[in-house]
Design a binder for this molecule. Sequence first.
Ligand SMILES: Nc1nc2c(c(=O)[nH]1)N[C@H]1C(S)=C(S)[C@@H](COP(=O)(O)O)O[C@H]1N2
Ligand SMILES: [Mo]
Length: 253
Amino acid sequence: MANDRFLLSRRGLIGGLTSSSALLLTGCGESQPPTYGNLLRMGDNFTYAMQRSLLSPTSLVREYDRSEVTSMPATGTYDPAIASTGAHDPEAGRDYAVLRKGAFADWRLEVTGLVDRPTSFSLADIKRLPRRTQITKHQCEEGWSAIAEWTGVPLHSLLTACGMQPSARYVEFYTYDKNADNIDMIDALHPQTILAYGMNGQDLPIGHGAPLRLRLERQIGYKSLKFLRRIVVSDRFQDLGNISGGWAWYNGI
Ligand SMILES: Nc1nc2c(c(=O)[nH]1)N[C@H]1C(S)=C(S)[C@@H](COP(=O)(O)O)O[C@H]1N2
Ligand SMILES: [Mo]
């Protein structure tokens, strides 16, 4: 009897959870990831649905104390100007070498697409926007993790500065190596999604993505693109290389 009651109440609980998460999902307008229907991307469906139903759109990842900061290796591409590191792009790599030589004084971040004010930001422009510092754990898909302090502009502040339009659904990132990727608006507007120019109290080092990188704290390491060059706000999902390259589009942690 006791067991039955437990089962019943548990069923009730599950029913309740399902309907409230359905409500929440409808509220977000996102019940399936854009990769839905791709058999190879079944994992996206599961983690996306779980995260979107169990976490509020603004639930924060844990932040650490400064005493918990660890060392962090620079991985993947650690210098877009050097052909032997990471996903080298000969043309962009040459551009990067020139910008790096000039201490990024001529570097610009282009923000275009569904914005009222397409803008080309210098690093100084970006540093004048609102700033957030957070100490978070980076988790690489290869198994290692590291804790570091990141300082930068919240992506939502940058998008607001450009007059993001209501039809925006995805934010695309293009870099100085061959990496590009996109995220949905829930991740884009999350309070801990920042474009970081500082790491552990210093300028962001080359190896970690200078002069500006994404910190996408609610997803796995490879989504936090380094060496940002261009941002495009879009209403259309497209595979910018990760999915065709065998990676999950959505990989929440
Ligand atoms: N442009 C670019 N961004 C990138 C990568 C890369 O190779 N190029 N590697 C990704 C991966 S797999 C990880 S784990 C982190 C590594 O960041 P780090 O070099 O600061 O440790 O950056 C991510 N962002
Ligand atoms: Mo990684």
